[in-house]
Write a protein that binds this ligand. Structure first.
Ligand code: ZN
Length: 346
């Protein structure tokens, strides 16, 4: 982050920074110093907290007469997603500087848009990926561990979902293409990096210092998983995770990656892949990630919630990338099986 000015000069001289008020308190001086040292006069614009059409329109109206030549997002997933939408409307390049490694949103050309009250609304695709993604691993090492763990669950799923898509000639990536060897290999590397480096990266965050494993995990969570999901395709894991966001108390209290954790376990049960279910659940237990829906405060005894999740998941395109015919009953049975297995680990 100290060097962001020297990177941004490649894109222009008049950047604006989209950042929350708390983010500005933490990082404002450092950003200002770096950009000013590179001969720029940055403008700050305060992010309201939600990636909604209201917030995007408000920012576009405030920025469009300022002749800024790039927009820098400094913050979490919603700030980054909002930045992509605002910059697309202003037709200027995006620089993402995530302060958490909790999702694979920063490198992608996709944003998830919510209503002003935080409900999922729609997904917007852009004609190009962000121009630059800058991550300061020292910032990630000092962020709460829960975010890094959620990012690891999201990344672990990437390789499994891309493998499912790669092996199914009818499956398609986010942009409707077939899965290339490159995308499948990068997605697999995302997953392998979590297996190989998760434990050491956690030690790194626990002592707020940066080791090589944390560097690898940050690359996996952000770059590899970003390319892996966008070009490698999504499957049941993200269909279930998206469906879980329709249950308000789950959506409000849990992170995307925590929902993907349960989505991935459900995908492996649906695919009857017992060996990989065991491997994933063992890792989740070891890392402190959830393995039952009740750990997401969701009781599957509530049949209306269960039916709603199964119906929504079944209707999503990602689910159609699975190589078998699917219906809501199969999905709810797999979720019940995940709950049963998670409560009685081997
Ligand atoms: Zn994800």
């Amino acid at each position: 982050m100290d060097r962001i000015g020297s990177y941004v000069t490649m894109l222009g001289n008049t950047p604006a920074i989209l950042i929350s008020s708390s983010g500005r308190k933490r990082f404002g001086q450092k950003l200002e110093h770096s950009l000013e040292s590179a001969g720029m006069e940055p403008r700050f614009t305060e992010f309201g907290g939600e990636c909604s059409h209201e917030e995007i329109d408000r920012q576009v109206a405030a920025l469009k007469h300022l002749s800024i030549d790039c927009l820098i997002a400094v913050g979490g997933g919603k700030c980054i997603d909002a930045c992509k939408c605002i910059a697309a409307r202003l037709q200027i390049p995006v620089v993402n500087c995530p302060t958490l490694a909790s999702t694979d949103a920063p490198c992608s050309a996709v944003s998830v848009i919510y209503t002003a009250s935080g409900r999922f609304k729609d997904v917007e695709f852009f004609s190009s990926n962000p121009a630059l993604v800058v991550i300061d691993t020292e910032v990630i090492a000092r962020a709460p561990l829960r975010y890094l763990l959620a990012g690891m669950a999201d990344t672990l799923a990437t390789g499994y979902e891309a493998t499912t898509c790669f092996n199914n000639s009818n499956a398609r990536s986010m942009l409707g293409g077939k899965i290339t060897l490159a995308a499948a290999a990068i997605a697999k590397l995302s997953t392998d990096t979590i297996y190989n480096h998760a434990t050491k990266a956690i030690e790194s965050v626990k002592c707020s210092s940066v080791n090589q494993s944390l560097e690898h995990i940050v690359e996996a969570n952000t770059l590899l998983s970003g390319i892996g999901f966008e070009s490698g395709g999504l499957a049941a894991a993200h269909a279930i995770a998206t469906a879980l966001t329709t249950i308000p108390h789950v959506d409000e209290n849990f992170l995307h990656g925590e929902m993907v954790a349960l989505g991935l376990l459900t995908q492996l049960v649906l695919e009857s892949n017992t060996a990989e279910y065991d491997r994933v659940s063992e890792l989740f237990i070891q890392l402190g990630l959830p393995i039952t829906f009740s750990q997401l405060s969701l009781s599957l005894d509530n049949t209306s919630d269960l039916e709603q999740i199964a119906n929504v998941a079944c209707s999503l395109d990602f689910m159609a990338n699975e190589p078998f015919s699917i219906n809501p009953e199969k999905i709810s049975n797999a979720m019940l099986e995940v709950e049963r297995l998670g409560r009685n680990p081997a």
